[in-house]
Ligand binder design. Sequence first.
Ligand code: IPE
Ligand code: IPE
Ligand code: MG
Length: 236
Amino acid sequence: MASAPGTPRHVAIIMDGNGRWATSKGWPRLVGHRKGAERVKEVVRAAPDLGIEYLTIYAFSTENWKRSTEEVLGIMGLFARYIQREAKALSAEGVRMRFVGDRARLDQKLQDLMAWIEAQTAGNSRLNLTVAINYGGRDELMRATRRIAERVAAGELSPGDITEGTVDAALDSADLPDPDLVIRTSGETRVSNFLLWQAAYAEFEFTPVLWPDFTPEVLAEILSRFGDRDRRFGGV
Ligand code: IPE
Ligand code: IPE
Ligand code: MG
């Protein structure tokens, strides 16, 4: 489905505030992550009708390993469960699911599930869902630089021929357009290492809503204001 004028084609979301949501209710942080995963399902279901073609969600950063083992393992378990339980629904809804981030550090079983769901949904095109797991913008650029350096060392590429397109193609996001809109929930107004290269000209929205309270209605309200923005891309 082509986006209506004024609708962002690619929306990226920094899903923040799960921990605070749970803590404010006297519950363990993991309850917030579980509720957050439910919100992901709702937003994914609603996205195509809101005109979104690409939805990219930040689920676990390269910095999130600093958290307790219990929380990290709990979140990793949620990823595996989400893939297993949602596989049928994703296909029925025409969702193509992909991942960005460094998979090498993830549990082999989770890596296998990620590869499986990518293959399983590769033919779908109604919504392109990309989940950022063990993702950091700097880490992605570092890995891209290594790939490019390897090509130069192998004599396939000369340094003077490296263009922005060369870098784009070496990123995990090589197959995705740049995000038009980046949303961060929970009131924090920082980028926390998300899509540093790709968001060069993205619009930003910061909402105080905690991710477990984020509904398709909140998303629709944010999108309704997107059309008012004057995106100049450096022009006048
Ligand atoms: C976002 O919620 C989810 C992840 C980073 C995995 P948080 O867990 O960061 O929640 P807060 O920011 O502590 O409230
Ligand atoms: C950003 O949230 C990462 C994800 C949403 C996955 P964090 O909660 O990790 O970010 P900081 O620590 O507040 O910058
Ligand atoms: Mg947070």
